[in-house]
Design a protein around this ligand. Structure first.
Ligand code: ZN
Ligand code: ZN
Length: 352
């Protein structure tokens, strides 16, 4: 089969490799689409400890079931030809977190597109451990395979907002105007947030892509003080919720400072691993009764919710896809995502 093989930093080559077998407890999927994630960009430019070259990366996958192993018993009926998306995180299946279905938090989590071969190839085999954890998500009929490639990214935002209890009247501030930041914005709107404010120093890009979603207040931190603006827009109360959808310390520190009483912050975007300490006045957490949350990847229930929101058109997935490229142009796609020239770039392995 044809695959984009990662051989190390800045080195992905299109090659003919052996089509993966489908073991008796496995499911093989013929891949149609795989969207480029920020982590693919990081793997491409900086490597990743769980991606050992040569490897096939890509985890925002949709395709159709091509083969079901003879030993597979699944939580719902599956058949050849079903349109599916795949849950990324696979747990060990034995630990306390796995016992709760929180495979993303398993200390030994292994992911499709990292440890296991991913979706930048014509076929991907869903490993037995993933089949056991119901990692195959059947797409609702009215979701196209192309739109379905957005489910993984959206599921991560859904997991992040799961803690934040966003509701009517809330003011939500989002740092970072990339695809994930915008997904957070439309999710917050769907949850009833009254004001959604977005800030990104790459303001031109934010403006260009946020325009089509409507109802968002956009701020340019190069021109205004975000804290002052948020206080002004909330009559001095501060924000109810802050989401940092960017790897920036300043967003975390400032985000805490502009929360009002009983505010919630999600440190959604991680910081670079060698530079992840911040300096905060913890008294603001104490006196204002703030809640600080983290978020990492997602699980089946978040995928199901993402599929439901897209299916009900509460989230217009198509709006996020600003570029479609063939597998041969994956390097170009990764460069475009890094440069911020595109919102979501989807690789089309086989048209559907
Ligand atoms: Zn992703
Ligand atoms: Zn585990």
């Amino acid at each position: 089969m044809k695959a984009a093989v990662y051989h190390g930093i800045k080195n992905i080559r299109i090659e003919e490799i052996e089509t993966p077998a489908c073991g008796k407890d496995e499911i093989r999927v013929k891949v149609n689409y795989c969207a480029i994630c920020g982590t693919d960009v990081r793997i491409y430019f900086h490597g990743h400890k769980k991606v050992i070259p040569p490897a096939v990366i890509g985890h925002e996958i949709t395709g159709v079931i091509d083969e079901i192993g003879s030993g597979v018993s699944y939580s719902e009926p599956l058949k050849k030809g079903d349109k599916v998306a795949l849950v990324t995180s696979i747990g060990c299946g034995k630990c306390k977190m796995c016992g709760k279905g929180l495979y993303n938090l398993c200390p030994d989590t292994k992911a499709i597109g990292y440890f296991y071969p991913g979706g930048y190839a014509e076929y991907v085999t869903v490993p037995a451990a993933a089949v056991k954890q119901n990692a195959v998500i059947k797409l609702p009929d009215n979701i196209s395979l192309k739109e379905g490639a957005l489910i993984e990214a959206l599921s991560c935002a859904i997991n992040g907002q799961g803690y934040l209890n966003i509701g009517k009247g809330d003011t939500v501030v989002i740092y970072g105007g990339g695809p994930i930041g915008l997904m957070h914005a439309v999710l917050a709107q769907a949850s009833g947030a009254e004001k959604v404010i977005m800030a990104d120093p790459a303001y031109e890009r934010l403006e260009k892509f946020a325009k089509q979603f409507g109802g968002l207040v956009l701020l340019d931190p190069k021109k205004v003080k975000i804290k002052d603006e948020v206080l002004r827009l909330t009559e001095g109360y501060g924000a109810d919720v802050v989401i940092t959808a960017c790897p920036a310390k300043q967003a975390q520190v400032e985000g805490l400072e502009l929360l009002g009483s009983r505010g919630r912050i999600s440190m959604f975007g991680g910081l670079p691993k060698d530079d992840s300490f911040i300096n905060i006045d913890s008294n603001i957490i104490h006196y204002k009764e703030l809640s600080v949350f983290g978020s990492f990847a997602s699980n089946r229930k978040d995928f199901m919710k993402a599929a439901e929101l897209i299916s009900q058109k509460k989230i217009e997935a198509g709006k996020f896809i600003s570029k479609l490229l063939p597998l041969e142009k994956i390097n170009e796609g990764i460069e475009m995502v890094k440069a911020g020239d595109v919102l979501k770039c989807v690789i089309e392995i086989s048209a559907a």
